[in-house]
Design a binder for this molecule. Structure first.
Ligand code: ZN
Length: 185
């Protein structure tokens, strides 16, 4: 089931999300719905606060894109992060152009560490602690920010944020119409 995505300006995106345990009701279905919602919106990551649930749950998925047919192939990599925790960051940082399903039509370069050590539970409640890098490290940091009430535009310079003020205001006012379903207030 595709769920509506909440936009910039919604209070749930500013809350510290709560950890969950194995008894969280309907968790399997919720995770399946989050993947479906993310792919339907052409996203590579989705955090539960973006579907109006203030819990520490993230899905990440990468699919190859075929430019000839304008279609996506099957996912090559999927990660369900339950109660993820960043243990440490590597020293190197890099810029990467980020977007967010809750902040449609805005893409900005964000500076973040390129590697990190991450601890999380997967959907089978196996505990992982791994060093991650590349796109996974980038997306994981973006999504974990959502669990801590942060949006990627918070990480831009004050000048950039001033320049985006009107666009962000339009999103908060619901004056945007992406191709996927957004939750109206
Ligand atoms: Zn986001």
């Amino acid at each position: 089931m595709i769920l509506p995505i909440v936009g910039y300006g919604s209070p749930v995106l500013r809350k510290i999300a709560q950890p969950i345990d194995k008894d969280y009701p309907g968790l399997k279905d919720l995770i399946a719905n989050m993947y479906e919602t993310m792919y339907a919106a052409d996203g590579v990551g989705l955090a539960a606060p973006q579907i109006d649930l203030s819990i520490r749950l993230v899905v990440i998925g990468f699919r190859p894109y075929d430019e000839k047919t304008n279609t996506y192939g099957d996912p090559t990599e999927e990660h369900t992060l339950i109660n993820p925790e960043i243990i440490s960051f590597g020293e190197k940082k890099d810029w990467f152009n980020e977007g967010c399903l809750s902040v449609p039509d805005i893409h900005e370069d964000v500076l973040r560490p390129t590697t990190l050590r991450l601890r999380w539970y997967d959907e089978e409640w196996n505990l992982h602690e791994e060093d991650i890098d590349g796109l996974l490290a980038r997306v994981a940091q973006h999504e974990i920010d959502h669990l801590d009430g942060k949006v990627f535009t918070d990480r831009l310079s004050s000048l950039r944020r001033t320049m985006l003020k009107r666009k962000l205001g339009d999103i908060a006012a619901g004056k945007i119409h992406p191709h996927y379903k957004m939750k109206r207030k």
